[in-house]
Design a protein around this ligand. Structure first.
Ligand code: UDP
Length: 478
């Protein structure tokens, strides 16, 4: 039997690592001809959280992890000017370590190398694959529409040569149904400090890959997917939703998790709105106060993951909140006792799976969207950073799969989302059998169908495996 190794190169960070590892495991379950090596980079500043890697390493010996050495991160100032450029440069500085690890630990083994599977920030590793004479595949952890946005960037740049501006007219981007207003563009598109240009370069580089693997399913993003049938775009494989349904994603401390699930067990079906804002979402006191008032006035039960900005302006991950009596409106905790629960890092997938959850106020990270669709929970959109504004726009305007709380909000903009806006969005999300809820339930069914035998993503993974194996040459017997 022809067997082969694949090397996965994820970017550090939960939103990237979890879906990449879910996909790696899925490939192994699907086809035992593969063995997989994952090259693990450290986090740039915060102590690296290896818990996800450790829990997979302990439970699945088929995945081999190689921890790469620590490299010096770019200067901190760059992080504050452009997170995207910072991450891009940080990843680039791993190039020689990646190449060395592959030469010393993968190419020296008996299995041929079927290719490198590189994260969306790791487009510089496409050159490493080229130097090693093996194919490269981009594993795109964001969605197909945003992949289309990245392809559009270099085309537009060649025409206008400058980043987007807040005053620009709407942009007609083929992967979105409706033209995107500037407020729905990701901050990187407006960034003059290297964020924009580093994404132009990533978008250009993707075209040199042998395939693009996207964590989405064609029923959800049919418009975006059909926009890729063009010359010069590598084959696109929609393989999602790839989500960590087995709870390998770190879920905070066990005691807290137990209390959350117990509290949910005592709530009526579909009665609780869940608020959670991803691995980097956090708010200062004024916003927390507005949110508390909005929630209280909505009259709905809530589970609210409250996290505070780290003291170093966002270099480290946000911290779980303490002493909330002093931060939230006077008497709020007392008045909402029994109706609401506040937690820190939440076991999000398990929470979304609970029958008590009726709606989700989300920052619209792509993993969060896929997880909520999977469990049929409608979202009210409150984007914060990365490509979340385009995700919110797509979910509300293009797909009719979410309720609009905000689309153009940007974390750090100093703008407050007022209690009244939160109250109205929560009521709209939670009350009645809305059109959005019905559409989300239908999409939930389709997401589950997509990954089982006969489904669109199942078939697409089959084509990907064929393409990967076709490139493998079996070494001659000695
Ligand atoms: N997550 C979680 N608990 C939290 C916050 C986030 O389990 O309190 C998980 C969430 O389920 C998702 C991931 O962390 O799988 C966040 O990924 P996403 O793409 O939604 O957002 P990002 O963190 O990349 O902005």
């Amino acid at each position: 039997m022809k067997r082969a190794d694949l090397v996965f190169i994820p970017t550090p960070g939960m939103g990237h690592l979890a879906s990449t590892l879910a996909f790696a495991k899925h490939l192994l379950d699907r086809d035992d001809r593969f063995s997989i090596t994952v090259l693990v980079m450290n986090a740039a500043f915060a102590p690296t959280d290896h818990s996800l890697v450790q829990s997979i390493a302990a439970s699945d010996t088929r995945v081999r992890f190689i921890h790469l050495p620590q490299v010096d991160p770019p200067p901190k100032e760059l992080f504050f000017k452009s997170v995207e450029k910072f991450i891009t440069e940080y990843v680039e500085s791993y190039r020689s370590h990646v190449k060395e690890a592959i030469i010393n630990h993968v190419l020296s083994a008996s299995l041929p190398l079927a290719g490198l599977v590189v994260d969306l920030f790791c487009s510089s590793m496409i050159d490493v694959a080229y130097e090693l004479g093996v194919p490269s595949y981009v594993f795109f952890t964001a969605n197909a529409a945003f992949f289309g946005f990245m392809l559009y960037l270099p085309t537009r740049h060649d025409q206008v040569g400058i980043e987007f501006r807040e005053t620009d007219p709407e942009s007609a981007i083929p992967s979105y149904v409706n033209p995107l207003p500037p407020g729905a563009l990701p901050s990187l598109a407006l960034n003059k400090e290297g964020g924009y240009i580093s994404f132009v370069n990533h978008g250009r580089k993707y075209k040199e890959a042998d395939g693009i693997i996207i964590n989405t399913f064609s029923e959800l993003e049919s418009h975006a997917v059909s926009s890729f049938f063009n010359d010069g775009i590598p084959p696109v494989y929609t393989v999602g939703p790839m989500i960590d349904l087995n709870g390998k994603t770190p879920s905070g401390n066990n005691q807290a998790k137990h209390e959350i699930m117990k509290w949910l067990d005592d709530q009526p079906p579909s009665s609780v709105v869940f608020l959670c804002f991803g691995s980097r979402g956090s708010f200062g006191e004024p916003q927390l106060k507005e949110t508390a008032l909005g929630l209280e006035r909505s009259g709905h039960r809530f589970l609210w993951s409250v996290r505070l900005p780290s003291r170093d302006d966002g270099l480290a991950r946000p911290t779980d909140a303490e002493n909330l009596e002093e931060t939230l409106p006077p008497g709020f905790l007392e008045r909402t006792r029994g109706i609401g629960m506040i937690c820190g890092w939440a076991p999000q997938v398990e929470v979304l799976a609970h029958k008590a959850i009726g709606g989700f106020v989300s920052h619209c990270g792509w993993n969060s969207i896929l997880e909520s669709l999977w469990h049929g929970v409608p979202i009210a959109t409150w984007p914060l950073y990365a490509e979340q504004q385009t995700n919110a726009f797509q979910m509300v305007r293009d797909l009719g799969l979410a309720v609009e709380l905000k689309i153009n909000y940007r974390l750090g903009s100093g703008v407050l989302v007022m209690a009244e806006e939160i109250e109205n969005a929560v009521k709209c999300l939670m009350e009645g059998d809305s059109k959005v809820r019905k559409r989300v339930k239908e999409m939930s069914e389709k997401s589950r169908q997509a990954v089982i035998e006969g489904g669109s993503s199942y078939a697409s993974i089959g084509r990907l495996i064929e393409a990967m194996m076709a490139n493998v040459t079996v070494p001659a017997r000695k």
